[in-house]
Ligand binder design. Structure first.
Ligand code: NAI
Length: 244
């Protein structure tokens, strides 16, 4: 395994994260998936990665926990070695509600998973990237974080926070040869959006390209940024034009 570089993908068990894992596996990267939830989904992603000839392993870990993420990164280094090149902070949740009625716990859990989760993972990998004199980070934001979305104050705040986290990290780590970028998807077909359908013409009207996107559309942008040595601090929209 020594010659093969490793990518860590949070939320890699399904949806956009799974698509990112498969793209990186096709490029020859070993894959460490950090997730919670359905083990079968994670095993499916691992099997698909294995078919591309790389090693993949899934770690059950709540990214919102500083201690769990610290232990998981240590475990990944033990399993895969220190040649970790990519970190993709993709794990995310929604707990939608109107702000006048939003439960404190819904605010806290969305901020903890979506924003603190990305901080935790960067916090526990940055020293290794610095030691390795390189590393690439991509954080998944959202158009909700760029424009705001009614009924999603917690989610929009977390995803706007990702933009600030990305730019500060990019500035701080650039002298060490490490890049940090964000991708801001619009409406993408995954489990997270299974309640949104394109029959809803009001939704379609907000998308200049007139349709929802696919996880593979987002994965293409993630891989582009991971493999671009001279782009840092960028927020790349993959949204059919919603937030232009
Ligand atoms: P999904 O619900 O299909 O997958 C979410 C993944 O995150 C799963 O692998 C799950 O295990 C993981 N996860 C959730 N909570 C976690 C936790 N506490 N610790 C570790 N892992 C956890 O979601 P989808 O649609 O693939 O979204 C991926 C990312 O893209 C999220 O950050 C989401 O906010 C963002 N996004 C999605 C959009 C969409 O339309 N689907 C639009 C804009 C952004």
């Amino acid at each position: 395994m020594a010659d093969t570089k490793t990518a860590i993908v949070t939320g890699g068990s399904r949806g956009i994260g799974r698509e990112v894992c498969l793209r990186l596996a096709a490029l020859g990267y070993n894959i460490a998936i950090v997730y919670v939830g359905d083990e079968n989904e994670a095993n499916d992603t691992i099997a698909e990665c294995n078919k591309k000839g790389v090693t993949a392993k899934a770690y059950v870990c709540n990214v919102a926990s500083f201690e769990e993420t610290k232990a998981t990164v240590a475990e990944i280094r033990k399993d895969f070695g220190n040649d970790i090149e990519f970190l993709v902070n993709n794990a995310g949740i929604t707990r939608d509600g109107l702000i006048a009625f939003m439960k404190e716990s819904d605010w806290d859990s969305v901020l903890s998973v979506n924003l603190k989760g990305a901080f935790n993972m960067i916090r526990h990998t940055a020293a290794l990237f610095i030691k390795n004199k390189g590393g690439r980070i991509v954080n998944i934001s959202s158009v909700s974080g760029l424009m705001g979305n009614a009924g999603q104050a917690n989610y929009s705040a977390s995803k706007a926070g990702i933009v600030g986290l990305t730019k500060a990290t990019a500035r701080e780590l650039a002298p060490k040869g490490i890049t940090c970028n964000a991708v801001a998807p619009g409406f993408i077909h995954t489990d997270m959006t299974k309640n949104i359908t394109e029959d809803n013409s009001e939704l379609l009207k907000t998308i200049p390209l007139g349709k929802m996107g696919e996880a593979s559309d987002v994965a293409s942008a993630v891989v582009f940024l991971l493999t671009s040595p001279y782009i840092t601090g960028e927020v790349l929209r993959v949204d059919g034009g919603i937030a232009m």
